[in-house]
Every structure is written in C-alpha cells, then in structure tokens.
Design a protein around this ligand. Sequence first.
Ligand SMILES: Cc1cc2nc3c(=O)[nH]c(=O)nc-3n(C[C@H](O)[C@H](O)[C@H](O)COP(=O)(O)O)c2cc1C
Length: 337
Amino acid sequence: VTAIDTPSVTQALRRAAVAAVLAPSIHNTQPWSFVLTRGALEIHADPSRRLRVLDPQGRQLVISVGCAVFNARAELAQLGYDAKIERLPYGPESTLIARITAQSGAYDVVLAGLSGVLHDRHTNRREFLPDVIPETLVEELIAAAVAEHCILSPVVSEDHRALVARLTQQADTMLNGDAAYRAELRAWITDDPARMDGLTSAAIPHVDGNSHQNVPIRDFDTRGDGSIPAAGENNDECLLLLSTRDDSPLAWVRAGEALERILLEITRAGFMASPMTQLVEVPRTRVELRLATGASTYPHVILRVGRAAPTPATRRRRLVDMIEFGGDYHDDPQPTI
Ligand SMILES: Cc1cc2nc3c(=O)[nH]c(=O)nc-3n(C[C@H](O)[C@H](O)[C@H](O)COP(=O)(O)O)c2cc1C
C-alpha cells in the first residue's frame, strides 16, 4: 500500500469535496459534480447547469468550478496534504476540470490558513461603508492573483472608474432588455425552501429605480422583494479587475481558483466582496474593456470590496446528490464522514 492509497487520503479527499461545494458560483448554479476513488477526487463541470443565455461559451461555469477546485486545495492543505492538481487532463471538451491527488507532507501553509474562513465567505451586495481598504491588503490580493497565474488590477484612475461604470451600465441595460436573460435570471431566484440552489430574496438588494450607483450591481430583484436596502451613493468603493493572459478554458479554471483565493483573503481580513460580471457577459462591452486596458489580457470579474453588515449564507445542494464513488472506493475499510 503506497502513501497515496491509504484510507486517510480517501477521507481527506472526501472532506475536500465537502469544502468544494461552499464555493461561489454564477447565480448559485453550483455547476459541479464529483467522482471519488481511493486515490483521487475528480471535480467535473455539470453542463446541464450552464446558463444558456448568459453564458453561451461556458466561461462563467468553468470559473465557478475553478472556485470549487480552490476550496478543495485549501481543505487538503489544512488536513496536512500536498495536493497535486491536473487541470483539464482530457482537454477542454471533457467535463473533467481537475483531478486531485494528495500526499501527506509539505502542504501549503497559506492555503491551509484560508480554509478557516471557507464558511464565512458570502457574497455581500450591500452598499459598503466608506472605509478605506488598507493598501497592504490590496497588495496581498494582487500577490494572491499572481500566485494563481492571474492578474488583479485595482481600478483607481478616474478614467478607468468612469469606463467600468459606463460599460457596466451599458451591459446591464442590454442584458435586462433581453426577455430570455430575465427569464433565465428569474428561474434562479426562489424562496422555495425545497430548492438547494439559486438565490433567495435575503441575498439580493431591493431595486426600486432610485439607485444612484455608478457601477450597478446585477438586478436580481425580479419580484421586487429583495430584502437588502437599495444601494445609495457610495461611489468610492474599492474596485478590482481580475484578468488572465489567455481566454482558454484552462485560463478560466485558473481565474476561478484566483477568484476564490482572493475572496477568502478578503474574508480573512474582515472585509466583504461581491463579484460583478455583467460587463464581460456582453461581447461588445467586454471587447471595449479589453481594448481600454491594453488588450494584452482578458477581463473576467470586477470585484467590489468593502465592509457592511453581514448577509446570510446561500443554500447548497447535498453532496450525496453530486458525488459518485469510483469502482475501488468501497474497498476502503473506513469511508467515513
Ligand atoms: C463567476 C461568477 C460570477 C458572478 N457574478 C455575479 C454578478 O454579476 N453579480 C452578483 O451580484 N453576484 C455574482 N456572483 C456571485 C454569486 O451570485 C454567488 O457566489 C452565489 O449566489 C452564491 O452565494 P455566495 O457567494 O454568498 O456563497 C458571481 C459568482 C461567480 C463565481
């Protein structure tokens, strides 16, 4: 029996799957599934959960699965394991996003530290207080993106902030003018207690047409019962842009891992964030943003960062409904947890 094949590795990989499902995902679609064998955890994309209108290429889906991959890595590090990640081992056409194996030994202490806040990270769409985000935190977030092979750029100059605001407004207006987009959004907003995915009114701001936000957050309030107060006029919020050097599925996986690493760092520092992706969902505004930021990188997510009252956790599907056990799993004498 090799080190890789011990029951405790299997147990650790199972706990990694438990951690993975806490990840953020576009519209809380949770577009992932898992295959666990004695030596490996496979994290797959679930194409049936792709947003057909918003996400024709599956980019947001793959970024979401990348977030789940990062959580699995953090949990394995916390359990004392050195995780080996093979990304897209069967190429971009396969649903297999990452195969993870683990060996006890030199684990990543930074990742281990982040696992402590997996349960505390929630998207917060409230208006943020006028706190200034410490420069040292911004530098740490930039370094976190670099560690995940991505680029994080603070949007600071007046020109760039005005551009992000204009493009987000434009994209938001175009998306909301599309009946199919609104119908798709509505399908993921529900207070049905039996639903384990999607957004509830507790997570979404009330939109009453009186918002003065320069950079409008996505209008999820399709029924007018969003319970977070409508945003006011704090237009100085810290904005960060996450980009990659390629626009390949591999780069999207990396962008997801970077996004979750950054979100967990923000959480650990006592701040909150909400991702905004309208402007990259509309091809025209995405191209314009790209050209304005040098054209050598591909933008994926704008993050608002700040501090506000907490928002409750969103729901998650049960792991048993998304996990399969590979042939040799049941030979394991201790398939616990
Ligand atoms: C790739 C991606 C894109 C997202 N885009 C937006 C967005 O445009 N607006 C928004 O309010 N939230 C956005 N979110 C946040 C999700 O809605 C959120 O993660 C999901 O509802 C689960 O809630 P939680 O983050 O609180 O766990 C995005 C998340 C991901 C991973």
